[in-house]
Design a protein around this ligand. Sequence first.
Ligand code: ATP
Length: 263
Amino acid sequence: MTGTRDATALEMVGVTRRFGGFTALEEVSLSIAPGTLHAIIGPNGAGKTTLFNILTGRLRPTAGRVLVNGRPAHQSPEHRRVAMGVARSFQVTSLFQDLTVRENVRLAASGRRLRRALSMWRPVEHDHAGLARAGEVLDQVGLDRVAERRAAELSHGQQRLLEVAMALAPRPRILLLDEPTSGMGVDDIPAMESLLARLAGTHTVVMIEHNMALTMRVADRITVLVSGRVLTSGPPEQIQSDVEVRRAYLGGELEGASDADAE
Ligand SMILES: Nc1ncnc2c1ncn2[C@@H]1O[C@H](COP(=O)(O)OP(=O)(O)OP(=O)(O)O)[C@@H](O)[C@H]1O
């Protein structure tokens, strides 16, 4: 591998995605450095979810390439990306609501061995590695105090933290988070923000997020998508003062984001 390739954890090169005659993404290129938090923002319908699904392997690009640590990945399905060290956050709907928080993370830690881990006749206490990993991750995300509660008993904000914990369990190097604060009350947001800030030091994080104030505080770089194209990419302060970006958002959300105490 060349030095240049090593400098990029995740890369999209000229990615186009069509749905029938409709072009949802057009010639999108972006490059994400290891150990940085890269946010994807843009108005509704800009193509953020489509881009995210192409990064996770849920969707194939119509044209263009995706590289993970310099290795072509655009033909690899989701489970192959996981083996390459890429994980996406689970959805609240995929939590096992009747199992404890610790059990949910233990099962996620078992990763590709999930089916085996789920088998009813395998005593839980024999899964030492899974239990140990669950303990580490629950400490990391701040859910250790509620480890023995059923997932269903958690607040929505805690369930969102649990989704991230489950994504972290198999030790991915690249973490893809789809709107980590969506549906959260204001009281729950600081815990997620603090987790995102900590993860940014240890993982490559790509997140779609609608909370502009939070995005401006935690992101190292931001890519703005508009109508399926990259309008611009840069550090938060550059994005916030970009006239074209402000026009795309009609001023509103980014004006609020300039006030760090807006939350
Ligand atoms: N499976 C599909 N078939 C047809 N069109 C689709 C499909 N998925 C997405 N699109 C279209 O592609 C465009 C981009 O959608 P996408 O969901 O990626 O945008 P988004 O930026 O995530 O929007 P939002 O912020 O509202 O979630 C939209 O016009 C959408 O209707």
